[in-house]
Ligand binder design. Structure first.
Ligand code: FAD
Ligand code: EPU
Length: 343
């Protein structure tokens, strides 16, 4: 670490910095321990000299080639309660904090709102970028605001929840402001008297099976962890980036066409005109679930997850995703969109 709060490594190995475990290199990797360090760095270089990528935990990225630019790694790491009233506490947490550690901080202080988002890999900084979501809750439901540094103007800004333009796995940072803002901290508004959200998926059944009749947020968190561990591969054992595709939102007419052949199709009502269809269901019905092609393939328990069994190239996984998209388009008339950020 230099006296400006960052370290720089040239020709950096990225294999252990992405959960797909893809072998790849970057021209330079710069690690930041504070937002002041980001500002000092911007003072010392010209950001436009090389392409740049902000890195969190690398759990939603696919490297298809070496990165001929600078990777900016968020490693600022503190969490504190900054304000409280009778009902709420506002928790400010740095971009480099591991998301699940923030969930545990909330559980420890009995603050409700993010227990359903337990065990999502990655760090806080990417959470608003992706508007992470699981089991009926999304980050947008609890985010008060965030701070971010404009990399081109070297200035810190605050974005309110509505300024983030959140959507399903989407935000302004993934679209109009992509690669421009380095998110440095998030502030969440959490409930002192938690209101549980048990309606989604198998949460209630899991609580019943565990004989929990009056669940706390810690019980809900445990149930969510249990469900996730039964379905999703652990990146420490099999390389993956969670759901590779988004669940498509389609007009009801598309659903009705599919129902003519598959009456049992699973779907969720979005509006009077639209439904969300699980991409995992489509990929399974198209025959891809569990298919293995040497050292990569489609996970056997969750068809939405593409996996690296060890030594696969990012381009192999990308090509597999192209083949799946073409096949789903041909069989169901639906074009899947990738959730994972491809580089
Ligand atoms: P990275 O992969 O490092 O980066 C992702 C994107 O965010 C990149 O474009 C990057 O440039 C940008 N970014 C990262 N940090 C910053 C920053 N500080 N400022 C600006 N931009 C930044 N996601 C869900 O929503 N729900 C789930 O249930 C879920 N389950 C998963 C399960 C598994 C097993 C895995 C491997 C992944 C899962 N994911 C899930 C996806 C992933 O965990 C999330 O998208 C997570 O928020 C990514 O965080 P990260 O720090 O690893 O981001
Ligand atoms: N399904 C299948 N076959 C499969 C997988 C799923 O038929 O191989 C069907 C099942 O019928 C199931 C339905 O799809 O009822 C939904 O499956 P699941 O509950 O596993 O959730 P998902 O829609 O596949 C989404 C998110 C996950 C999140 C879970 C829980 C997306 C793209 N994925 O998955 O997020 O954890 O719901 O809320 O929205 C991620 O974003 O990386 C991620 C893992």
């Amino acid at each position: 670490m230099n006296n400006r709060g960052y370290t720089s490594i040239k020709n950096a190995n990225l294999e252990s910095l992405n959960t797909f475990g893809i072998k790849s290199k970057a021209r330079e990797l710069v690690r930041f321990s504070s937002s002041d360090a980001v500002l000092s760095y911007l003072d010392a270089i010209n950001i436009e000299d090389f392409p740049h990528l902000i890195l969190g935990g690398g759990s939603n990225l696919l490297f298809t080639k070496d990165f001929n630019g600078t990777i900016l790694s968020a490693e600022m790491n503190s969490t504190e309660i900054i304000q409280e009233d009778e009902e709420y506490a506002w928790v400010k947490s740095d971009a480099g904090v591991v998301w699940h550690d923030l969930v545990q901080f909330a559980l420890k202080h009995n603050l409700g709102g993010i227990e359903n988002l337990s065990l999502i890999p990655g760090k806080n900084g990417a959470a608003p970028m992706q508007n992470i979501g699981a089991y009926g809750v999304e980050l947008k439901d609890v985010l008060q605001d965030l701070t971010a540094i404009d990399l081109f103007e070297a200035k810190e800004h605050t974005f309110t929840n509505s300024e983030c333009e959140f959507g399903y796995r989407d935000s302004i940072f993934k679209k109009r402001l992509k690669n421009r803002f380095f998110i440095t901290s998030i502030t969440l508004k959490l409930r002192k008297n938690p209101v549980l959200n048990l309606d989604y998926g198998a949460i209630r059944q899991t609580l019943e099976r565990n004989s929990v009749s009056k669940p706390t947020i810690t019980d809900v968190s445990k149930a969510v962890c249990e469900i996730r561990q039964s379905k999703l591969p652990d990146p420490k054992e099999i390389g993956n980036a969670g759901s590779f595709f988004k669940n498509p939102i389609v007009p009801k007419s598309v659903l009705r066409d599919i129902q003519k052949e598959y009456s049992g199709i699973v779907f969720y009502e979005i509006s009077d005109e639209e439904v969300k269809i699980p991409a995992g269901w489509l990929i399974e019905k198209a025959g891809w679930k569990g298919k293995r092609f040497g050292n990569f393939g489609v996970h056997a328990n969750q068809a939405l997850v593409l996996v690296n069994y060890g030594g696969a190239k990012g381009s192999d996984i990308f090509d597999l995703s192209e083949n799946i998209i073409a096949d789903i388009r041909q069989k169901f008339g639906i074009t899947l969109e990738r959730e994972v950020n491809v580089l």
